[in-house]
Write a protein that binds this ligand. Structure first.
Ligand code: SF4
Ligand code: SF4
Length: 337
């Protein structure tokens, strides 16, 4: 028997720096939820059912954020925790919608239903010329964690991940997808704007939005599941384009360091079509990168890192994960239709 235990056994559960990051995540989550619990009443689900218990939910979600943060700080565990926490959020989001539709109205945000399709976040205001709340929320996440909305926080994107994960390794999408998705996103938003301009009524607009959402699920089943790449999020959903382009207002980036040997092992980890030979040469992934972090553990040379502006020390990844784990826990507590 080898005297050296397997790496997975000796790898500590908590690395140096985990505890401060976990505490920061709990504090950030608790702080944000406390502001909501104190000022917007009753917003947390527990508070709606048992007055006063919202504070218990604040505490539990803060502890949960710390646990998620601690697990994701380990680059080997990060992909699995990202994936499963994202799915938990999606189930909670759509589960509350279904319970609300079944008659438990406390599971709905306001009782005013809107389509649970992310494209509507931008297409809705383009059609109505108002209703910017969700768009504002989306833009706030872009400031904090850039395009990570599309790899950690979106209620529908988790479905595309489930579809893409059916294929072990992703295949590169055709080259025309990169420019094509921008043209398609602009066309979708322009169509929504023109529908509003033409005075198309709300019911018809909702039906069109619903058909768009169902067609997106077909894209997941037909293309994402076959290519192993997030075809829906990379092409179909206009919010994906906005997240990766406008997400650059955040200073978090992924960088490929000069120690990269060009072995291309990381290509097999990226389901966002963001790693190609020319991206390695440039020292950064393509614009479709959502900062999911799946590629980091695939690199044997520690050549892929998060950076913030020009700073690329390991602590940057800790800060990013504090933000993303906290936002996930906050979304779990607050996001509903
Ligand atoms: S591209 Fe659209 S559906 Fe996919 S994760 Fe982003 S917002 Fe969600
Ligand atoms: S380049 Fe890495 S961090 Fe960016 S989307 Fe691909 S796997 Fe995720």
């Amino acid at each position: 028997m080898s005297p050296i235990p397997p790496k997975s056994l000796i790898r500590p559960m908590l690395s140096a720096g985990s505890i401060p990051a976990m505490l920061a995540s709990a504090a950030f989550t608790g702080g944000l939820l406390s502001v909501v619990q104190s000022n917007v009443h009753p917003m947390l689900l527990a508070e709606r059912f048992v007055p006063g218990s919202g504070w218990v939910e604040v505490g539990l979600l803060s502890i949960y954020a710390a646990i998620v943060c601690g697990a994701m700080l380990d680059p080997v565990r990060q992909p699995r925790w990202r994936r499963w926490t994202w799915r938990v959020f999606s189930v909670a989001f759509y589960g509350q919608l279904l319970l609300g539709l079944a008659g438990i109205e406390k599971c709905l945000m306001t009782g005013k239903l809107h389509l649970p399709v992310p494209a509507v976040i931008a297409a809705g205001p383009a059609y109505r010329g108002g209703g910017f709340f969700m768009l504002g929320l989306f833009l706030t996440t872009l400031v904090l964690v850039g395009p990570a909305w599309c790899s950690h926080l979106c209620y529908l994107g988790a479905w595309d991940d489930v579809a893409a994960s059916r294929t072990a390794f992703p295949r590169a999408l055709p080259r025309w997808v990169r420019p094509g998705k921008i043209v398609f996103a602009l066309a979708v938003l322009l169509a929504a704007f023109l529908m509003g301009l033409a005075g198309i009524d709300g019911t018809t607009a909702a039906v069109v939005g619903g058909i768009f959402g169902i067609a997106g699920v077909v894209v997941m089943a037909r293309f994402s599941a076959r290519t192993g790449t997030m075809a829906h999020c990379l092409f179909w959903c206009p919010i994906g384009v906005l997240a990766t382009r406008l997400g650059r207002i955040s200073l978090f980036r992924l960088t490929i360091r000069s120690s990269c040997t060009g072995c291309r092992l990381c290509f097999r980890a990226c389901r966002y079509d963001a790693l190609h030979p020319e991206d390695l040469e440039r020292g950064r992934p393509a614009a479709s990168c959502t900062l999911c972090g799946d590629c980091i553990q695939s690199c044997r040379h520690d050549s892929i890192r998060y950076r913030f502006s020009r700073y690329g020390m390991p602590a940057v990844r800790h800060v990013f994960i504090v933000f993303v784990a906290s936002l996930h826990a906050v979304f779990l507590g607050l996001a509903r239709i």
